[in-house]
Design a protein around this ligand. Structure first.
Ligand SMILES: *Cc1c(COP(=O)(O)O)cnc(C)c1O
Length: 233
């Protein structure tokens, strides 16, 4: 077995275990393989080991891999920061986008989603640890943004995503994920029909699963340490 295949097996086992100890079942949680900075061959290896959902953060790099792996039945997710001039290629090439945090971007994706494709599946990125990053809508602004996005054609609002400030403390990890879950439940009480909580990475996915994650985004635990700096590609 290749390293990537055995890493995948270990990650899937760890997801099942985290689900079990949270009183959940593994099939409630989808694994997104975060393949940014890794070459198409690494994705092919993961695909051959059964992985179907892949996530990328940098558009130009992603487009190269999407072209190289065209024959494979991969579901592509975009999870990186979105600039206004990149929306067209995202709308044309991805099944999901997790990182929408303002209306202008959602409106562009809505207009630019090709009519022959199914609606673009969308998560709103929320800034649950204020100091950590500038990305993400504030919890206070979330409900208005969700209301405006939910009615746009060509998009299907599925849920929320967050990248909390990294912490080694389980209690701190869980508090951020619990906060996102609380916002998710509030929206559903308001009448939204969200089914996706995209939260948890290699270092904290067990905490995310304990707090209700339905999609975990895992990179280094599958593909190994990223060897070049994020943002360079
Ligand atoms: C890189 C990245 C991940 C995966 O991080 P790992 O620590 O390698 O698992 C998950 N989500 C987002 C938004 C990322 O940019």
């Amino acid at each position: 077995m290749t390293t990537i295949a055995s890493n995948l097996q270990a990650v899937n086992a760890a997801i099942s275990e985290a689900a079990l100890s949270a009183g959940r079942t593994a099939d409630e949680i989808s694994l997104l393989a975060v393949s940014k900075t890794f070459p198409a061959d690494a994705l092919r290896e993961a695909f051959q080991a059964g992985q179907r959902r892949f996530a990328e953060s940098y558009l130009q790099e992603a487009l190269v891999k999407i072209a190289a792996l065209q024959g494979l039945a991969i579901e592509w997710h975009f999870i990186g920061p979105i600039q206004g001039n990149k929306t067209r290629q995202i709308a044309e090439n991805f099944a999901w986008v997790h990182s929408v945090d303002r209306l202008k971007i959602a409106e562009r994706l809505s207009v630019q989603r090709p009519a022959h494709l199914p609606p673009l599946q969308l998560c709103l990125q929320v800034n649950v640890s204020h100091e950590a990053s500038k990305s993400g809508v504030s919890p206070e602004g979330l409900s208005d943004l969700a209301r405006a996005v939910a009615v746009l054609p060509g998009l299907h609002l599925r849920g929320l995503m967050a990248i909390p400030a990294p912490s080694d403390e389980i209690a701190v990890q869980r508090a951020s994920f619990a906060r996102l879950n609380e916002l998710y439940r509030e929206l559903n009480l308001q009448g939204f029909q969200l089914d996706t909580l995209s939260m948890g990475m290699s270092q904290d996915f067990s905490s995310a699963i304990a707090e209700g994650a339905t999609m975990v985004r895992i990179g280094s635990a599958i593909f190994g340490k990223r060897i070049y700096q994020e943002g360079v590609v």
